[in-house]
Design a protein around this ligand. Structure first.
Ligand SMILES: NC(=O)c1ccc[n+]([C@@H]2O[C@H](COP(=O)([O-])OP(=O)(O)OC[C@H]3O[C@@H](n4cnc5c(N)ncnc54)[C@H](O)[C@@H]3O)[C@@H](O)[C@H]2O)c1
Length: 466
């Protein structure tokens, strides 16, 4: 079965880049990305490529090459579903904020709405691909909705989780370590799996395309995120011990990373992981384990989150303690608000909690981030509901210039590892700060010797006093 027409529901951080790359690599396939968010679709169609709703290095060029050729962005969901042979579901699956499983389980209401819409609209057989990260066994729920409300159309459900990392989405999509496709073990299931394999084979070597049963594929995605987050929490746990013992976490990470059984990646200590996925996927895993009565398994994975929350809290506590136990009325500058460099995504960013803690101590915060807009920063804080929107606006200012953001500050906190922070004129920044001038490097990216020679009091996460 040759696919000629693909629809993707959800034009977010996954749907947009993933479909742009499919369109680039498969010029013979028409790819339509649809979303109910009109502003988002308008931004994907904006002539000015700097206005795309997702910032990823290299994405603008790919969109430029494929858009209006075989890549389309639209709000007409029904039409795109009707025309497609293969439909990717790439909508958000946040943690539930209500009812059973509140604060833990994945909220599948958007997935269910998609399934019902596909069932209502489809007049021809469809392959439905779960691109969103879903709890294991969700495919059976989708199948049940499709089979019971459809127009006697045949549906095949595939699981094809996305492993891209924000900030490196384009290279990750162009050269994936592996592509995972889970499908039914029936002959019809095998045909559907093969149709998707053929799409990826346009640029991914066959040996890197793994096919499994649906449940293994769904669970592998949660497992991958749990293992990755666990590495971060493991090195962050060590960062605190390093600070007490005079060890340096970067040296420890290097020493252990050279062990081929451990490997060097994902061992950079930080103020804590963020992003839309790690926390929600681990909580989801914990919820699933609990629902099967596997309490020890649930407790084991929950500890990764507990450690992460602790890391954020101790970073802000350290700022308060170091600034003579009070930050009330003091200006603290945040360099970075995004959850990592090279993205404009702020979901679950450590900066949000650190700011909230410091604002509760009556600090005045000034934020500079190269890619995050002021409205997003205020929306992140307002969402916590800790204080009124007016208070957040009064206590936190967003600056478009890093030097202005640092002017007359008592302390600078580095929350995101943007490369440009390392190239600043730190002498100039020092001159315009209150003294003693503190830097709290939550990402360990600045050069300690240079900063100390200038006169800063420098704290690097995971670096102890010898
Ligand atoms: N962000 C990542 O790095 C990443 C990586 C791998 C997997 N994932 C998974 O991919 C999924 C999507 O994540 P994301 O970051 O792209 O989310 P996102 O919030 O950026 O995008 C989701 C989009 O879906 C749209 N949507 C929701 N319901 C819809 C409906 N019924 N019809 C049409 N559009 C609808 C929303 O308007 C939104 O624009 C999640 O399950 C996530 O866990 C994310």
């Amino acid at each position: 079965m040759k696919i000629k027409n693909i629809c993707c529901i959800g034009a977010g951080y996954v749907g947009g880049p993933t479909m742009a790359v499919i369109a680039q690599k498969c010029p013979h396939i028409k790819v339509t990305v649809v979303d109910i968010n009109e502003a988002r679709i308008a931004a994907w169609n904006d002539k000015d490529l700097s206005k795309l709703p997702v910032f990823e290095p290299g994405l603008d060029d790919i969109v430029k090459g494929a858009r209006d050729r075989n890549l389309f962005f639209s709000t007409d969901v029904d039409k795109a579903i009707d025309e497609a042979e293969m439909i990717f579901i790439s909508v958000n699956t946040p943690t539930k904020t209500y009812g059973k499983g509140k604060g833990m389980a994945a909220d599948l209401k958007y997935i269910e709405l998609c399934a019902r819409q596909i069932a209502r609209v489809s007049k021809t057989d469809k392959i439905v691909v779960e691109k969103s990260t879903l709890p294991v066994r969700t495919a059976s729920a989708i199948k049940s909705i499709l089979d019971n409300t459809g127009n006697h159309v045949q549906f095949q459900i595939l699981s094809n989780p996305e492993f891209l990392a924000e900030g490196t989405a384009v290279p990750d999509l162009l050269n994936p370590d592996r592509v995972l496709i889970g499908g039914d073990t029936t002959p019809e299931g095998a045909i559907a799996v093969n149709a998707l394999v053929e799409v990826y084979e346009n640029w991914v070597p066959r040996a890197q395309i793994l096919t499994t049963n649906v449940w293994s594929s769904e669970l592998s995605k949660l497992t991958a995120n749990a293992f990755l987050a666990q590495r971060v929490s493991s090195i962050n746990a060590m960062s605190e011990l390093c600070e007490k013992t005079g060890a340096d976490v970067d040296e420890v990470a290097k020493a252990i990373g050279m062990d081929s059984r451990i490997g060097p990646k994902f061992l950079k200590a930080s103020v804590g992981f963020g992003g839309s996925c790690f926390q929600k996927d681990i909580l989801n895993l914990v919820y699933i384990a609990k629902s099967y009565g596997l309490d020890k398994v649930a407790d084991y994975w929950e500890q990764v989150i507990i450690m992460n929350n602790h890391q954020k809290q101790r970073f802000s506590d350290n700022i308060v303690n170091t600034l003579y136990n009070t930050v009330s009325g003091k200006k603290i500058t945040f360099l970075g608000w995004a959850f990592k460099k090279d993205t404009n995504d702020t979901r679950e960013s450590a900066a949000i909690n650190v700011a909230d803690n410091l604002l509760s101590e009556q600090a005045e915060i000034s934020v500079y981030d190269p890619k995050v807009v002021a409205e997003r920063i205020y929306a992140d804080l307002d969402y916590l509901n800790t204080r009124t929107e007016e208070e957040n606006k009064r206590l936190l200012k967003v600056s478009k210039d890093p030097y202005q953001a640092c002017n007359q500050s008592h302390a600078i906190a580095v929350l995101t590892e943007w490369d440009e922070f390392t190239t600043y004129d730190w002498e100039r920044i020092y001159k315009n700060m209150k003294k003693p001038a503190f830097v709290f490097d939550g990402r360990g990216i600045l050069d300690q010797e240079t900063l100390e020679n200038i006169g800063f009091v420098y704290y690097k996460i995971g670096s102890g006093v010898e």
